[in-house]
Write a protein that binds this ligand. Structure first.
Ligand code: HGY
Ligand code: MN
Ligand code: MN
Length: 386
């Protein structure tokens, strides 16, 4: 969890490894950590080739989501430096802060790409109520300075991120390398049903205004709606459910869901957001409860750069690695970087498609192939011969 003591310990370890590899290091005001060859800041006079990912994880997550891209990026740059391989542009590896979205998803790369609304910082809070300003202060950062992390225009010439697919398509197709074409948009909203707390024994069933029952009805109907009326790639999830007061002998007076929807097409997401809001009102009426919908975050789907895709495919052809183009059903920092530079992603297969769970894993050959594809893509982009 970003800004926590374990995360800051991991950051310190990473900076040590970067310095050990002979890189210049810095941390920006949004908590993004950088390791660079020969430069101490990003400036448009010398556009860099940037790689990286994130070191924060989901609760009870795996060890590759994010960390693979940061450590493989560092390993590649270290190998290039140690072998004194010529490259025209500086190489930089980044660990973006709070990718997993405790504070609205892809926080660090949003700040880096100038997408952070400074006016909202004071109200930003995690689902457990911890405010961003307090979480960042606990790690020694002033949240109000996060927008200063904005990268100068033209300072990044290309961005390429290595990541696990977090799904089963590559494994099932027996393809070692995925070349990402689009990255989904993710919309999150808090949906709060308000009924009436009552005695769970003495209140007749037909007189209850049960907020949890309304929320359960809503969840089932939304899932049906998204599956039948969404796009081919639309998905939805309810990963956080809170019932109040939360005692077995009280009819729930309040139920709060965090509702997430994803799709590579923003128009589909917009349509579903409107339709599910109407559904919420319809369900609330049926259960004689109130409902409030509080939007939490909305990331925009992104198209990856054809230049980066072609560079990766050319490199993989030389390495004898089969590739497949695919969309990412997970959100990534690369979708923000697409706003400031040519941005792309390389996927490797996830065993059984497992991710966001402790047994998330890829086999070592897959990791090696992915790192090799990243290494040669970085070199191609750094020499702008791609
Ligand atoms: O949730 C996601 O899509 C990513 O793992 N942050
Ligand atoms: Mn993740
Ligand atoms: Mn990730």
């Amino acid at each position: 969890m970003c800004w926590s003591p374990p995360h800051e310990e991991a950051r310190a370890w990473l900076i040590g490894e970067m310095r050990g590899a002979g890189l210049e290091t810095w941390v920006d005001s949004a908590g993004n950590t950088f390791g660079a060859t020969g430069i101490r800041a990003l400036r448009p006079e010398m556009p860099v080739v940037l790689t990286g990912s994130h070191i924060d994880t989901v609760p009870e997550g795996g060890i590759l989501d994010g960390a693979l891209g940061v450590l493989a990026g560092l390993e590649c740059i270290q190998a290039i430096t140690e072998t004194r391989t010529r490259h025209a542009r500086p190489l930089v590896v980044a660990a973006w802060s709070d990718e997993e979205g405790r504070y609205g998803s892809l926080f660090g790369s949003r700040a880096f790409c100038g997408m952070l609304d400074g006016a909202k910082l004071d109200e930003m809070a995690a689902v457990d109520g911890v405010r961003l300003v307090d979480a960042m202060a606990s790690a020694g950062f002033d949240a109000h300075r996060a927008p200063e992390a904005r990268v100068p225009a033209g300072a990044v010439g290309a961005y390429i991120e290595l990541h696990i697919e977090q799904g089963a398509r590559l494994e099932e197709a027996g393809i070692p390398i995925g070349v990402v074409e689009t990255i989904v948009g993710v919309r999150r909203a808090r949906v709060i049903f308000v009924g009436q707390a009552d005695h769970a024994g003495t209140t007749p069933m037909d007189r209850r205004r049960d907020a949890f029952l309304a929320s359960a009805d809503y969840a089932l109907r939304v899932r049906e709606h998204v599956v039948t009326r969404g796009g081919r790639a639309s998905v939805t999830n309810f990963g956080v459910v809170r019932v109040h007061p939360g005692a077995s002998n009280i009819v729930p007076g309040r139920a709060e869901l965090v509702h997430e929807m994803r799709d590579p097409d923003v128009a589909v997401l917009e349509r579903l957001a409107g339709e599910t809001a109407s559904l919420a009102r319809e369900v609330a009426g049926k259960h004689r409860v109130g409902v409030e919908i509080q939007p939490m975050s909305a990331t925009t789907p992104a198209l990856c750069s054809p230049r980066i895709q072609a560079a990766t495919e050319k490199v993989c052809a030389t390495l004898g690695l089969a590739t497949r183009r695919l969309y990412s059903a997970a959100g990534h920092d690369a979708q923000n970087l697409a706003r400031v530079t040519d941005s792309g992603m390389i996927f490797i297969p996830s065993l059984g498609g497992r991710s966001h769970r402790v047994d998330e894993m890829s086999d070592s050959q897959a990791i090696e192939r992915g790192a090799n594809a990243l290494l040669h893509t970085l070199l191609a982009l750094a020499d702008a011969t791609a």
